[in-house]
Ligand binder design. Structure first.
Ligand code: HEM
Length: 226
């Protein structure tokens, strides 16, 4: 019988961990988008939400460490599995089966890289304030950190707006294939629900991307303003 450590070193074990870590990240992305939609309720609601999160450092740091671990597992295993697959088949198929594989499934590595670059940029930009240091000490009229003002200031800039929209393209393509594929890896295959599982990826991708794009464009077009 295979030992558990051998099992997790196998492709199947790696795929299961990748699927679970990916779904954990999907839950974060959905919650993050829902939280950010509060920008439509104005600066009081949005900054209150940011203060609420920062006022609970234990919860915040547990979530941050959990998130970082999920991302690290996911990325390392993705690289490992890609390299293992290339090793197993050093010569590519002469004719690729493009009809069966969707565009998003064929571009998972590329969309994953776009997403990774977007997240790194996003953290430097909005969390560390290193792209636009003018936002560092921004306070609102109630004396709270003015995350709302920072967001509005950011998306008024066409270059930042375009970068965030490009990030959404990577996010949408990645989610479109990843959610359904993770459910399959975890064995969610029941004839009665298969259409539902197939629709899960495109639905999650569409909802998250539309929510995020709505925020970016609402600021850029002046619907949400300072
Ligand atoms: C239009 C889309 C997005 C908007 C408007 C947005 C907005 C924000 C804001 C306002 C913050 C907090 C900054 C602060 O507290 O000073 C933040 C943090 C963060 N965002 Fe986003 N975000 C977006 C998309 C994403 C996506 C797609 C991901 C991941 C795939 C992501 C991951 C994060 C992470 C990891 C943090 C750091 C959380 C922490 O402080 O620990 N964001 N985002």
């Amino acid at each position: 019988m295979a030992l558990p450590s051998n099992h997790f070193r196998s492709s199947v074990g790696s795929k299961v961990v990748m699927a679970l870590s990916g779904l954990g990240l999907v839950i974060y992305v959905i919650l993050h988008m829902l939280g950010n939609l509060q920008v439509f309720q104005g600066s009081h609601a949005f900054n209150g939400y940011a203060v609420f999160l920062r006022d609970m450092p234990i919860l915040l740091w547990t979530a941050r460490i959990g998130l970082l671990s999920l991302a690290a597992f996911h990325i390392v295993l993705a690289i490992q599995l890609t390299l293992r697959n290339r090793h197993a088949r050093p010569v590519a198929y002469a004719v690729r089966e493009y009809r069966q594989a969707s565009f998003s499934s064929r571009t998972m590595a590329a969309s994953g890289f776009v997403l990774l670059f977007f997240i790194i940029f996003h953290l430097f930009h909005l969390t560390a304030d290193m792209i636009d240091p003018s936002s560092v000490d921004r306070l609102d009229v109630e004396g709270h950190r003015d995350v709302y003002g920072k967001l509005v200031h950011a998306f008024q800039n066409p270059f930042i707006m375009a970068l965030y929209l490009a990030g959404q393209l990577g996010l949408g393509l990645h989610l479109n294939h990843a959610v359904t594929s993770s459910l399959q890896t975890l064995g969610f295959e029941y004839v009665a629900f298969n259409r539902l599982f197939k629709a899960a990826g495109p639905t999650v991708a569409l909802v998250v991307v539309l929510g995020n794009v709505a925020i970016i464009l609402a600021v850029f077009l002046g619907i949400v303003h300072g």
